[in-house]
Each structure stands twice: as C-alpha cells, then as structure tokens.
Design a protein around this ligand. Structure first.
Ligand code: SAM
Length: 233
C-alpha cells in the first residue's frame, strides 16, 4: 500500500507541558480545559458552521511527542499494573504503527472573532499536539451503554488528595489560580505514578500551566507539598 500524508488542521493548547501527569483518557480530569486553534487555511468560520449544536467532538490527533519511539506488537497497559501484555490494537497505547490518537471531549464553545478556536474540556493531550480532524459526536449512533470494556471495564480507583498548608498558601499566587486547584486534584487523584512505583517517601513534580506541583503518595493519599512558578517554555 502507498503511504498517505496528512496536514494538521489545528494545534492544542493545554495545561500539560510534559507527558507526566496527563490523564490517560479525557473524561478522567473533568476540570482540565484546553483549546484547539485551527490553522490556516482551515481557520475560516465556515469550517465549523453548525458544530456549535453538538455537545461533544471527536479529535483525531498525532502522538507527536513519542513518534520517534516507534511501535511494538505487544504493550503493557498501566491499567494492568504495567506487567501484563496485550496487543497494541487491544490498547490505547501511544506506541502504534500509525501514532494516531482519538479523544471524545466536551465542546464548551467556539470563538470565531480571530480565526477559529474551540474551547474544550476533559483534556488528555500534551500542549502543542497537532490535530488532524474534528468530527461531531453522534449519540444515537455512537453511545453503546451495554458495550464490553475488556480490561478497562469501569473507571480506575482514585486517590484522596490533601494539601499541605504551604501548598495552600502558594496556590493563591500562581498565575493559573483558581482553576489550578481543581486541576491539581483531578490529576493527582488519578495517581500519575508509573504503575510499578510505590515509594511513599518519593517526591514527584508535575508541571501544570506555569506551575510545578510537588507531591508524594502514601496509603492511598496524594499530598500536595508545594507549588512553584516556572518560566514559560
Ligand atoms: N484518548 C486518546 C486515545 O485513546 O487515543 C489518548 C489516550 S493515550 C493513553 C493518553 C496519553 O497519551 C496521555 O496520558 C499522555 O501520556 C499521552 N499523550 C498525550 N498527548 C500526547 C502527544 N501529543 N504525544 C505523545 N503522547 C501524548
């Protein structure tokens, strides 16, 4: 078969500046907001005429940050603890023969005052992700309430999130406060650690907007230790 080439129609702007901490699927961090800025020549209001009547959209995008790592026929899904292997086509792994992602996200609004920008919720995408296509979600065709979810049947367990006094005080001076607080809680509740790591003393850092959030996890509780402002990339 001949290869095909596609041109990105837009770019994602999201709070996630690095892969660590990004939710594994869109609905898992409901407070994570992102925008999709359409690129010329697709940034004409005509391209989204009628889209505002839909509550959700499918995004097809490129896993651009992991392209160079290629693919393998078997992968280890975090949901199986990082040990058991399944076929790449039985997974949502980023390491695919064609590194394409598919996310269903709530459409909050469309701004056509300067080009076209879609406001979206439930982000699971890295800042700068190239988007290849947008399609409206059609509930009567695509909602399948009795579908089987294989090894990901049902939401993952979540952690309780607590704040140190220091982190609470630092939160107020962060550029992205107040929405940052809800985002931190959503991200940490998902337990962003790699599946095989469980060291209660280890301090992790996750970058959200322009903040570096330091935390540790012990006995099912994620504790926000401190928040520092970092310079934009
Ligand atoms: N919902 C999509 C899907 O099913 O195709 C994405 C699922 S994939 C498991 C989600 C993970 O992809 C995130 O947790 C993050 O680690 C990674 N990711 C997000 N954006 C990416 C990008 N632009 N390049 C590489 N990896 C990315």
């Amino acid at each position: 078969m001949q290869p095909y080439t596609f041109t990105p129609i837009g770019l994602i702007r999201s709070p996630f500046k690095e892969k660590f901490g990004i939710p594994r699927q869109p609905a898992l961090a409901k407070s994570a907001r992102m925008t999709l800025q359409l690129l010329p020549p697709f940034d004409h209001p005509d391209t989204v005429r009628g889209l505002e009547a839909f509550s959700h959209v499918w995004l097809q995008f490129v896993f651009h940050d992991t392209l160079a790592r290629g693919w393998s026929p078997l992968v280890r899904p975090p949901r199986l603890g990082g040990n058991a292997k399944v076929g790449v086509f039985a997974s949502r792994s980023t390491h695919r023969p064609n590194p394409l992602g598919l996310s269903l996200v709530p459409l909050l609004g469309i701004d056509t005052t300067d080009g076209v920008t879609l406001q979206l919720a439930g982000a699971d995408l890295l800042d700068g992700t190239p988007v290849l296509d947008i399609k409206p979600y059609i509930p009567f065709v695509e909602a399948v309430p009795d579908a089987l979810g294989g090894f990901v049947d049902g939401p993952p367990p979540t952690l309780t999130v607590r704040w140190s006094d220091t982190a609470r005080q630092q939160l107020a001076s962060q550029p992205a406060a107040p929405e940052l607080a809800a985002l931190i809680e959503d991200v940490l509740a998902q337990d962003p650690r790699p599946a095989y790591q469980d060291d209660p003393e280890r301090v992790y850092g996750v970058r959200l907007y322009h903040s570096n959030v330091r935390f540790r996890i012990a006995a099912g509780v994620a504790e926000v230790l401190e928040i520092a402002t970092v310079a934009p990339n």
